[in-house]
Write a protein that binds this ligand. Structure first.
Ligand code: ADP
Ligand code: MG
Length: 834
C-alpha cells in the first residue's frame, strides 16, 4: 500500500515553488524598483548594482506582485486568467498535492522559506478574506472525509508548536510554560516526539481554525515573553490523519506537517550580542541542517548506500524525521520580496530553494526523445547544468585561498557489472587538494549542497571586506571533508574456465570510471583439491553440468599490481583490492603503501560443498569484479567482516551457501534414514532365518543322497577329464576379449583429455578476444572531435575491428581443427579394434 521514497524518486519527492509578493508600504515609500521577473517556470533576479542577472528554474513560480485588485480586502486577479497568482492558485498546485498524498497514506510536508516579511505566513496561514494553504487544506480535508464516511472512519489530531533557540513551546497549552521548553524524546518505534505535547482531536475545519487562531495568539505572546519576535522561531503544525476502511480491513495513517520557518535573513536583532549570536546560530543551524537532510534523502532515494541523514543535528529535523523520510512527499515554497533593497536576501533565498530543486533525482529531461539511453541523457543534462556551478566553486576556492580544485566526472562511463552490462551513469565531482593531492569524490547532491554553504562563506567574506578569511573549524568548512578510500577502477576476471576446471592466469587491465588504465593486476584462478593441490589436465570437464551437486574447490591468486596510476601521481598513497566471490562477503587484500608495483601475494581458497545450478550459471556467465581502492594518508583502511561466513576444516571460505541447506537440516533426514535402515534390518533377519531353515532341509537330503553320489562320482571322474580341456580353451578366448575392451576404454579417456586440452587453449584465446571487444566498446572519439579527429577515430575503429575478427576467427578455427583431429583419430582407432 505504501511506497518508499525511493519508489517515488522518479516522481516528485521534493517539489519546489517560488512566490513574489506586492510591494509593502515601506518599499513603496522608498520608491523601490522590482528586481524579480518570472516566465513560465523560471525566476530572474536583477542585480540593482548592475551585476549579471541570475536565473533559476523551479516546479512552480507564482507572480503575486502585480495585476491584482482588492475587493473588500480580498486580492483577486484584475482580469480572469490574468498574471496574478492568488491563494487558490497556490493551493491548486501545492495544497492539493499535500492533501492527495495524505489521503493516499503518505506523509506530506509543506515548508515556507524566506526572509521576514516576504510572505511566508500569508502564504501558509493567510489572513482575513485571503485564507492560506493551511485553512484551505483543512476545509478540503474534512470535506473529503465526510464524503467518504460511509466506507471509511477517520480521526484527525491537531498539534501546534514553536521552536525557538532549539527549545520547543506548545502553542496550544494555556498553562505555565516549562522552563527550557518541552523535552524531545526518542523511542524506537515512534521516533522523535515532544513529551507532553497537546494533541487535540478535531472533527471540523472550523474547530481547526479556532485552534490555529489560539496558537497564533500564543506565538506572539510566547515570543514577546522571550524577548524575541515570531520571525525568529519556526512554527510547526501537525495534522495526524487516520483512515480506517473496515470493509477492506485497511488502516492508513499519515502525518501532514506544515512549517512556517524562521526568517532566513542574517540576524541583526536588538537583544544583547550574546543572545543574538546564540539565536542566529540556532536558526542557521536548523535551516542548514534541513537542507542537509533533504539532500541526503535525495541520495538515499537514488539508491546510494551508507548515506547519513543528519536528522539529529537540530530539533526541527528531529521532529520532521518521520515527515521527511520513509514514505513521504515534500513541498517547499520560497517567498520573495520584489524590492531592489532586498536583492541580497532574495538571492540567498533563491539559492537555498535551488539547492532543494538541485536535490531532485534526475529524470528524463526535466521534451527530449530518441533512442539514446535516457539515463545517459539525464547525466548529460546534469553535466551541462553543473558546469557553471563547478566553475563558480573553483572561483570561490581561489578567492578564499582554499586550494582545492573541482572537476566534473561521469561515474561508470566505462565500467560494467559482473555480467559485462553497463552500470548506471551519474555525475560526480572530483575534489583535489592542490596542497597535498588528496582526493574526494562527491555525489551531485553533495556538491550542490556544499556549493550553497560555500556561497554563504563567500558572502560573509565579501561582507567583511574581502580580506583573508579567518580560520573556519574543519567540520564547518564546506571545502573540507575527512579523507576516505576512493574507488579507482575495476577489472573483470571471467569465471568461465572454472566451470571446466581449467586454470586461468591473467594480466587484467583495471579501468577507471572514464576508461583510463589505472593499473594491471596479475591474477589466477586455480581449480584444486580440498587440500589445495592443483588438478591435472585429466580433471578437465567436458561437460560443466558434471559439477552439479559435487564439491568444487578453487583458489583465487592475486600476485601483483603493476603501474598504479594512483601511486605515480603521489607516493604517499596505498591501495587495496576488494572483491566478492558469488555469495561470499566482500573481501579486501591487506593495504600496500608507497609502491607503484606492489606485491599482493594473496591466495584465497573457496569451496562449494555441493555445486548448485545457480553457482554453475554464475561461473558460466559472470566475472569476478576486482575493485581497486585508493588509500590516502590518514584514511581508514578497508576491512572485511567475516560474520556468517562458513569455512571448511582446511580453512577455505565456503561459497554457494544456499546449496548447503540439506546439510543443515540433517537431523530430520538422519531420523528418516534410521527408520528405513531398521526396516531393512528386520526384513533381512527374516530372510536369514528362512535361509537357515532351508539349509536344514538340504542337509537331510544331502546325507540321504551321499551313498548314491559316491557311486556316481566314480563314473564322473572319467567324464570330467574330457571337459577340462574344453574349459581351458574358452578361458583363453575370454581374456582376449577383456583385453581389447580395456584398450577401447583407455582410447576414449585419452580422447577426453585431448578435447579438454584444446578447450583450454580455446578459452584462453577467448579471454584475449573478450579484452579486444571491451577495448572496442570503450573506444570513443576524442572530446574536441573535429572532422579530422572523427576520421581518425573511424580508421582506428576499423583497424581494431579487423584485429578482433581475425583473432576470433583464428581461435574458432583452431578449436574446429583440434576437434576434427580428435574425431579422426578416434575413428581410426575404433576401425583398428573393431
Ligand atoms: P512573513 O511571514 O514571511 O514574515 P508575512 O506573510 O507576514 O511575511 O507578510 C508580510 C506582509 O506582506 C503581510 O502583512 C502581507 O500584507 C503582505 N503580503 C505577503 N504576501 C502577500 C501576497 N501574496 N499578497 C498580498 N500581500 C502579501
Ligand atoms: Mg510570518
Amino acid at each position: 500500500m505504501k511506497a518508499s521514497l525511493a519508489e517515488m524518486a522518479g516522481k516528485d519527492c521534493v517539489k519546489v515553488a517560488v512566490r513574489v509578493r506586492p510591494f509593502n508600504k515601506r518599499e513603496r515609500d522608498a520608491g523601490s524598483v522590482c528586481v524579480v521577473s518570472m516566465a513560465s517556470s523560471s525566476v530572474t533576479l536583477q542585480d540593482p548594482r548592475g551585476g549579471p542577472s541570475r536565473c533559476f528554474s523551479f516546479d512552480h513560480v507564482y507572480w503575486s506582485h502585480s495585476g491584482f485588485s482588492r475587493e473588500g480586502g480580498r486580492y483577486l486577479a484584475q482580469e480572469p486568467g490574468g498574471r496574478y497568482a492568488d491563494q487558490a492558485c497556490v493551493f491548486q498546485d501545492l495544497g492539493e498535492g499535500v492533501l492527495q498524498s495524505a489521503l493516499q497514506g503518505y506523509n506530506a510536508t509543506l515548508l515556507a522559506y524566506g526572509q521576514t516579511g516576504s510572505g511566508k505566513s500569508s502564504t501558509m496561514l493567510g489572513h482575513g478574506p485571503n485564507p492560506g494553504l493551511v485553512p484551505t487544506l483543512c476545509h478540503r480535508l474534512f470535506h473529503s472525509l465526510t464524503q467518504h464516511q460511509d466506507s471509511m472512519q477517520s480521526q484527525v489530531f491537531f498539534s501546534m508548536l514553536e521552536i525557538y533557540n532549539e527549545q520547543v513551546v506548545d502553542l496550544l497549552c494555556r498553562g505555565a510554560r516549562a522552563p527550557g521548553g518541552l523535552r524531545v524524546r526518542e523511542e524506537q518505534h515512534r521516533g522523535f516526539y515532544v513529551e507532553g505535547l497537546r494533541r487535540v482531536p478535531c472533527d471540523s475545519a472550523v474547530q481547526v481554525e479556532q485552534l490555529m487562531e489560539q496558537g497564533t495568539r500564543a506565538r506572539t505572546t510566547a515570543t514577546t515573553h522571550t524577548n524575541a519576535n515570531s520571525s525568529r522561531s519556526h512554527m510547526l503544525i501537525t495534522l495526524q490523519l487516520k483512515q480506517i476502511f473496515s470493509r477492506e480491513s485497511i488502516t492508513k495513517q499519515s502525518f501532514i506537517s506544515l512549517v512556517d520557518l524562521a526568517g532566513s535573513e542574517r540576524q541583526r536583532g536588538s537583544g544583547s550580542e550574546a543572545d543574538r549570536l546564540k539565536e542566529g546560530t540556532a536558526i542557521n543551524l536548523s535551516l542548514t541542517t534541513l537542507g542537509n537532510v533533504i539532500s541526503a534523502l535525495a541520495d538515499v532515494a537514488l539508491g546510494r548506500r551508507g548515506v547519513h541523514v543528519p536528522y539529529r543535528d537540530s530539533v526541527l529535523t528531529k521532529l520532521l524525521q518521520a515527515a521527511l523520510g520513509g514514505n513521504s512527499r515534500t513541498f517547499m515554497i520560497a517567498t520573495l520580496s520584489p524590492a531592489d533593497i532586498c536583492y541580497e536576501e532574495s538571492l540567498s533565498t533563491l539559492r537555498y530553494a535551488d539547492r532543494w530543486a538541485g536535490t531532485r533525482p534526475s529524470g528524463e529531461p526535466s521534451g527530449v526523445s530518441g533512442q539514446t539511453d535516457p539515463s545517459l541523457l539525464a547525466v548529460f543534462y546534469d553535466y551541462i547544468k553543473l558546469m557553471p556551478m563547478v566553475a563558480e566553486a573553483n572561483q570561490m576556492s581561489q578567492e578564499l585561498h582554499k586550494e582545492v580544485e573541482f572537476k566534473l566526472e561521469i561515474k561508470n562511463l566505462a565500467l560494467s557489472d559482473a555480467r559485462g552490462h553497463d552500470l548506471e551513469k551519474d555525475i560526480a565531482v572530483r575534489v583535489t587538494s592542490l596542497k597535498n593531492r588528496q582526493v574526494w569524490l562527491w555525489s551531485k547532491s553533495k556538491f550542490v549542497n556544499r556549493k550553497y554553504l560555500m556561497e554563504e562563506l563567500y558572502q560573509q567574506h565579501q561582507a567583511e571586506g574581502g580580506g583573508a578569511v579567518g580560520p573556519v573549524p574543519r567540520e564547518r568548512d564546506p571545502f573540507w571533508d575527512p579523507v576516505e578510500p576512493l574507488l579507482l577502477g575495476k577489472a573483470h576476471l571471467w569465471l568461465q574456465s572454472l566451470a571446466f576446471r581449467i586454470a586461468l592466469d591473467e594480466q587484467l587491465e583495471v579501468l577507471g570510471s572514464e576508461g583510463t588504465e589505472e593499473a594491471i593486476v596479475q591474477a589466477q584462478l586455480i581449480p584444486c583439491s580440498p587440500t589445495g593441490l592443483s588438478l591435472s589436465e585429466e580433471d578437465i570437464l567436458i561437460d560443466p553440468s558434471e559439477l552439479l551437486g559435487r564439491r568444487l574447490d578453487f583458489q583465487l591468486v592475486l600476485d601483483q599490481c603493476c603501474g598504479l596510476r594512483w601511486l605515480r601521481q603521489a607516493r604517499d598513497r596505498g591501495v587495496q583490492i576488494g572483491f566478492q566471490m558469488f555469495d561470499c562477503v566482500q573481501l579486501f587484500t591487506p593495504a600496500v603503501w608507497h609502491n607503484v608495483n606492489p606485491l599482493l601475494d594473496q591466495r584465497i581458497h573457496f569451496t562449494s560443498l555441493q555445486t548448485s545450478p545457480a553457482l554453475l550459471e554464475h561461473l558460466q556467465t559472470s566475472a569476478l569484479v576486482l575493485e581497486l581502492w585508493g588509500l590516502q594518508e590518514g584514511c581508514v583502511e578497508l576491512a572485511w567482516c567475516l560474520e556468517g561466513v562458513g569455512t571448511t576444516p582446511e580453512g577455505s571460505f565456503i561459497i554457494d551457501q544456499a546449496s548447503d541447506t540439506p546439510a543443515v537440516c540433517t537431523v530430520d533426514s538422519l531420523q528418516r534414514d534410521l527408520e528405513a535402515l531398521r526396516k531393512d534390518n528386520s526384513s533381512l533377519r527374516d530372510q536369514l532365518s528362512m535361509a537357515k531353515h532351508g539349509c536344514e532341509c538340504v542337509r537331510g537330503q544331502a546325507e540321504r543322497s551321499q551313498a548314491e553320489r559316491s557311486q556316481a562320482e566314480r563314473s564322473q571322474a572319467e567324464r570330467s577329464q574330457a571337459e577340462r580341456s574344453q574349459a581351458e580353451r574358452s578361458q583363453a578366448e575370454r581374456s582376449q576379449a577383456e583385453r581389447s575392451q580395456a584398450e577401447r576404454s583407455s582410447q576414449r579417456s585419452s580422447c577426453e583429455v585431448e578435447l579438454g586440452r584444446s578447450l583450454k587453449v580455446f578459452y584462453h584465446s577467448m579471454t584475449s578476444v573478450r579484452a579486444l571487444l571491451q577495448g572496442l566498446r570503450r573506444h570513443r572519439p576524442s572530446e574536441d572531435a573535429g572532422l579530422q579527429a572523427l576520421r581518425l577515430y573511424v580508421c582506428e575503429q576499423a583497424a581494431q575491428l579487423k584485429v578482433f575478427s581475425e583473432e576470433l576467427e583464428q581461435s574458432v578455427a583452431a578449436l574446429k581443427q583440434d576437434v576434427a583431429a580428435i574425431v579422426r583419430r578416434k575413428r581410426e582407432r575404433s576401425g583398428t579394434w573393431s
